[in-house]
Design a protein around this ligand. Structure first.
Ligand SMILES: [Zn+2]
Length: 136
């Protein structure tokens, strides 16, 4: 949502996550303390908080990441690919009719082909994210 290059590991065990992070040159975020034994050579961040909003703040702070508001929702929420703006006509038939009529701006994920539009929840989520990245 913040527009940062991030992938969710759904492969199950920590060993697999470590291998994938090493192969892709990623920092592994985990709440598992086992990472301290298994993370040889890996850059990792042991997340302390239980609260998702606090976890975001903790990650941004400890990795010195500065998300930009104009990049929010610029990546596919399912596969992390950068979204591409598409002409309204291209969205016809790919989104419900009432959505097609209500919006003029649509984006497509070139990888999984999901279509995105600025739903009513978007402004609320953007405000919430701006709150998370603000210095307080
Ligand atoms: Zn996608």
């Amino acid at each position: 949502m913040l527009g940062l290059d991030a992938v969710y590991w759904s492969g199950g065990n920590l060993e697999g996550a470590v291998k994938a992070a090493l192969a892709e040159g990623r920092v592994l975020l985990t709440r598992s303390r086992k990472i301290q034994e298994k993370g040889g050579g890996l850059q990792f961040l042991l997340i302390e908080s239980n609260d998702p909003r606090e976890q975001v703040k903790e990650t941004l702070s400890r990795l010195s990441l500065k998300p930009e508001a104009n990049k929010f929702f610029s990546r596919c929420l399912m596969c992390n690919q950068g979204l591409q703006a598409i002409p309204k006509e291209e969205a016809e038939g790919k989104v419900p009719d009432f959505i097609y009529r209500a919006y003029d701006s649509f984006h497509l994920c070139p990888k999984c082909r999901r279509t995105y539009w600025p739903g009513t929840h978007l402004q609320k989520m953007k405000r919430e994210m701006e709150g998370m990245i603000s210095k307080d």
